[in-house]
Design a protein around this ligand. Structure first.
Ligand SMILES: Nc1ncnc2c1ncn2[C@@H]1O[C@H](COP(=O)(O)OP(=O)(O)O)[C@@H](O)[C@H]1O
Ligand SMILES: [Mg+2]
Length: 282
């Protein structure tokens, strides 16, 4: 190797290759996740944009009616003419409906803004720095981004405690939470509940993602963190989500644990140090 000043052992070379392959996997899983998100987000944005668009058409009609009324002011022979036009355009209904249309459109645009803000928050892939971050905000961002995958499968319950800011790479933590949420949704047959629980525990914080899905059988239990281990059909699962999540949490010097009762559900627990132990000497 040209850049090695000292001769490297076979082992070191292999380790370096493994690390590189791991980074590539992380990157490709990120890209796959973003592709999946983009599809979901397009779907989420489509609905509000659809009704805002149709509201604009109705508003256009209403405006024409209102202009007819105001322009008639110049030509009307008597106030009775104006009253007639006002009645013809169903002014009272128009007035109420106009307010409703505007309120509904504003809501739709707010929804689109929220989704876009979440996407922006979520897509800071380039950010690789440990920085104090608000985990609740990260969870909300992630929920917004995966809403499309969750809403038909589960009611999402938040049991949030008081959390300090946590020194972490928030885009990566968001990715872990996204993996856990999507897995939870996949594990639910028809409709269930996903509970996200947070609390501080001494110098760490705990984030739990619990579902009421099918659970994990004991023979799979010790394999789920293996790269490429999946019980899902081809195209649905890559088997990389949990192994990458595990790596990310390990890099944060935290732990990722699981408890599961087949037929009842599963709970994944992330524990993270509030202050990243390596930050001082980085
Ligand atoms: N919440 C869960 N409930 C039941 N099984 C789960 C859950 N999360 C993960 N698993 C199991 O772990 C396997 C590996 O998960 P993961 O690494 O995310 O890969 P993938 O989701 O692509 O299959 C899944 O195929 C599934 O069998
Ligand atoms: Mg997965």
């Amino acid at each position: 190797m040209s850049n090695a000043s000292a001769p490297q052992s076979e082992q070191e070379l292999l380790n370096a290759r493994l690390e590189q392959a791991n980074q590539q996997l992380l990157q490709s899983e990120k890209l796959a996740a973003i592709g999946q998100l983009a599809a979901g987000v397009a779907h989420e944005i489509n609905n509000p944009v659809g009704y805002v668009y149709s509201n604009l058409q109705t508003l256009d009609n209403y405006l024409n009616d209102l202009f007819r009324l105001t322009e008639a002011v110049d030509n009307a022979r008597c106030i009775e003419d104006l009253r007639q036009i006002k009645q013809n355009i169903d002014y009272d209904f128009l007035k109420d409906d106009l307010r409703d249309l505007l309120a509904e459109s504003r809501e739709g645009i707010e929804r689109v803004k929220t989704i876009i803000a979440a996407m922006k928050d979520f897509s800071h892939i380039e950010e690789e720095e440990f920085k104090p971050a608000d985990l609740h905000r990260g969870i909300e961002t992630t929920l917004n981004v995966v809403n499309n995958e969750l809403k038909y499968k589960a009611e999402v319950v938040r049991e949030f405690g008081d959390l300090p800011e946590v020194e972490c790479i928030i885009s990566q933590i968001n990715q872990v939470i996204m993996n856990l949420l999507v897995n939870a949704a996949h594990a639910i047959e028809t409709f269930g509940r996903i509970t996200i629980r947070t609390r501080q525990k001494g110098s760490t914080v705990v984030v739990e993602v619990q579902d009421t899905g099918r659970g994990i059988s004991p023979e799979h239990r010790h394999r789920i963190f293996e790269p490429f281990f999946t019980t899902k059909p081809v195209g649905k699962g890559t088997g990389l989500g949990l192994s990458l999540s595990f790596n990310i949490i390990e890099k944060h010097q935290g732990t990722l644990d699981v408890e599961s009762a087949p037929g009842e559900g599963t709970c994944f627990r992330i524990t993270l140090p509030i202050v990243h132990p390596d930050t001082d000497n980085e």
